[in-house]
Design a protein around this ligand. Sequence first.
Ligand code: SAM
Ligand code: SF4
Length: 327
Amino acid sequence: MQDSWGRNIDYLRISVTDRCSLRCCYCMPPEGVPLTCHEDILRFEEIVRIVTVLARMGLKTVRLTGGEPLVRRDIGRLAAALKAVPGIETVALTTNGLRLGELAADLVKAGLDEVNVSLDTLDPETFRIITGSDGLDQVLESIRVCRRAGLPVRLNCVPVSCGSGRDRDLADIAAIARDQDIAVRFIEMMPIGPGADLASYRQDQLMDLLQRRFGPARPSASHPGKGPAVYYEFAGFKSLVGFISPLSHCFCDSCSRIRLSAAGVLQPCLAYEDGVDLKSCLLEGGGRALEQALEKALSAKPRRHDFQDRGAAGRPADRRSMSGIGG
Ligand code: SAM
Ligand code: SF4
C-alpha cells in the first residue's frame, strides 16, 4: 500500500474501545469524554474483515490499542483471529498494564507478539497525579508477569512535567533499560486533548539529564519494533532508550501507519480528524466498497502533521482525546 507521497503503509493501529480504566491527565479529562455507544463499536468479526482486506493490500502489522484495549472482553480471541489473517506478521498491543498480568498467559496463547506498556513514573504519588489511580504496583507486577511468560515488553513514557523530583524519576525509568532487557521510549507530548495544555520534557532536555546520570549516549544501529522511535545506547545498559518526538524530530516522512477507530473510521493521520467510515461500507456488504474506501483513505493521508502550526494559525485547540484516537 502506497500513499500519495510514496510512503509504504503496512501498519494499522486498531482502537478496540474508547473506554479506559485510567484518566491520564494528558489524555482524558477527569470527567471522561463522550463515548461511542456499544452498538456502534466495531465487532471483532468486522475488525477481522477490514484487516483481511488491508492485508491483501500489503498490511503486515496490527497494534491493538484504545482507550484501554484490555477492558474489551475476550481480547485474546481478537488477537488470535488477527494473527491468523494471511499476510499479518505481527500482532502487538499497547496497554496501561493494569489488567495485563491477569491476561498475559491468554494473550501469549493467542499469539500476541509484543506489548508496549505505558509507564510514566515510578513514584506512586506521581502515578496517582498522572493517572488518577493507585495502580503503579499492579502495572509493575504485570511487566514482571509478561517477562516470565516470555512476552517481549517495551515501555512508553510520556514525560509530562508534574510531581516532585521528576528529573530523577524519569532517569529511574530509563534505568529499567540498564537493568533489564526492556527498551524504554520517551514520547513527546502532542497537542491533542488535555495534552495541549500541559508541559512536558523535550527530547534534548531528557537526553541532557540522562547523559548527566548515565554518561554519553550514542545512536543505536538496531531498531526494536517497527515504530518511529529513534534509539540510543548507554554504556552498560542491557537495552536501548528511545525517543518518539513528533514535534522536535518530526518523522512524518517515514510514516507507515494508519488508524482504525473503535467506531470503524479509518484515519490516515493522527493529527487530523478526517477519516473514512468503514463501518457503513461493511453494512453495505464490504467487498469492493471496502477496498475503494481504503484506497480513498490512503490517498488522503496528509504529508505531515500540523502540530507546530496550530498556535500560529490560530486554529482552535484539538479537543479530541488520544483515548479516542488510539495514540
Ligand atoms: N490505554 C493504553 C495506554 O495508555 O497505553 C493505549 C491507548 S493510549 C491513548 C496510547 C498511548 O498514547 C499511550 O502511550 C499514551 O501515553 C499516549 N498518549 C496519550 N495522550 C497523549 C498525548 N497528548 N501526547 C502523547 N502521547 C499521548
Ligand atoms: Fe487511558 Fe491510555 Fe489515555 Fe491513560 S493514556 S487515559 S491509560 S487511554
